[in-house]
Design a protein around this ligand. Structure first.
Ligand code: IDP
Ligand code: MG
Length: 205
C-alpha cells in the first residue's frame, strides 16, 4: 500500500487517543481527528467502541502516585480560588480525593461510545498532548482542542461528583502509550503501511 512508507527512527512515536463520550455526543469526532491530520500526524488505527467498566478500569493506572496526582489537580485549583476542599468534596486528603475522581472517571467513559485511535508521527506523544491542551479545560490554552471546545473545572466537577469533561484522552508518555495501544488494539487492527500523500513534501518520505 502506498510508496516509500518510512516513519522510522527515534523521532517517530505512536500515541493512543480517545474521543471521550462528551466529544462523541457533541459531534466533535471529525474536529479532533482533523486537527491531528492537518498537523501531519498519521492515523494508523481507529474504531468506535462501548468499552466495559472493567476495560475502562484497566485503561487508567491504579498506582498511588497517579491517584494522588489526580487528587492534586483539583486541590491546586481550590487553593488558587480559595476553596476549601473539605467543604466542596468532603475530604482534604489527596489520595482519597484521587480515588473519588478515578471512580467518576470510569463512569464518565461509560456514558456513551468512545472513538479510539492510534496516532503516529514525529514526537507523536508530545505533539498530540500539545494539540489536545492541558487536562483542565479552564486552564487549557485557546487554540488547543480542550481550550477551544470546553470550559470545565474541578471546582464544578468535584462538587457535582463527576469527572472533568475534556473531550479526549491522550497518552502522556511512552509507557502509557504502550500500555494503552496494547489494551485497545490488536496487531491486525493497526494499518501503518500506507503513505500520506503530503509526507513526500514535508519529510522526504
Ligand atoms: P489527562 O487526561 O490530561 O492525561 P489525567 O491527570 O491523566 O489527565 O486525568 C485523567 C482524567 O481525569 C482527565 O482527563 C479528566 O477527565 C479527569 N480529571 C482529572 N482531574 C480531575 C479533577 O480534579 N476532577 C474531576 N475529574 C478530573
Ligand atoms: Mg492522563
Amino acid at each position: 500500500m502506498g510508496k516509500n512508507v518510512k516513519q522510522k527512527g527515534p523521532a517517530y512515536e505512536r500515541s493512543f487517543v480517545m474521543v471521550k463520550p462528551d466529544g462523541v455526543q457533541r459531534g466533535l469526532i471529525g474536529e479532533v481527528v482533523s486537527r491531528f491530520e492537518k498537523r501531519g500526524l498519521k492515523v494508523v488505527a481507529m474504531k468506535m467502541v462501548k468499552p466495559s467498566l472493567e476495560h475502562i478500569d484497566e485503561h487508567y493506572p491504579k498506582d498511588e502516585e497517579w491517584i494522588g496526582r489526580l487528587g492534586d489537580k483539583g486541590f491546586n485549583v481550590f487553593k488558587e480560588y480559595g476553596i476549601d476542599p473539605k467543604k466542596l468534596m468532603g475530604t482534604d486528603d489527596r489520595k482519597e480525593a484521587g480515588e473519588m475522581v478515578r471512580g467518576w472517571l470510569v463512569d464518565y467513559l461509560n456514558e456513551a461510545p468512545v472513538v479510539a485511535m492510534i496516532i503516529e508521527g514525529i514526537h507523536a506523544i508530545d505533539m498530540v498532548r500539545k494539540i489536545a491542551g492541558t487536562t483542565l479545560p479552564s486552564k487549557a490554552e485557546i487554540g488547543t482542542i480542550r481550550g477551544d471546545f470546553s470550559v470545565d473545572s474541578p471546582a464544578a466537577a468535584n462538587l457535582e461528583k463527576r469527572a472533568i469533561k475534556n473531550i479526549l484522552h491522550a497518552s502522556e508518555n511512552k509507557e502509557e502509550a504502550e500500555h494503552e495501544i496494547a489494551h485497545w488494539f490488536s496487531r491486525e487492527e493497526i494499518f501503518d503501511d500506507y503513505a500520506r500523500a503530503e509526507h513526500g513534501v514535508m519529510f522526504n518520505e
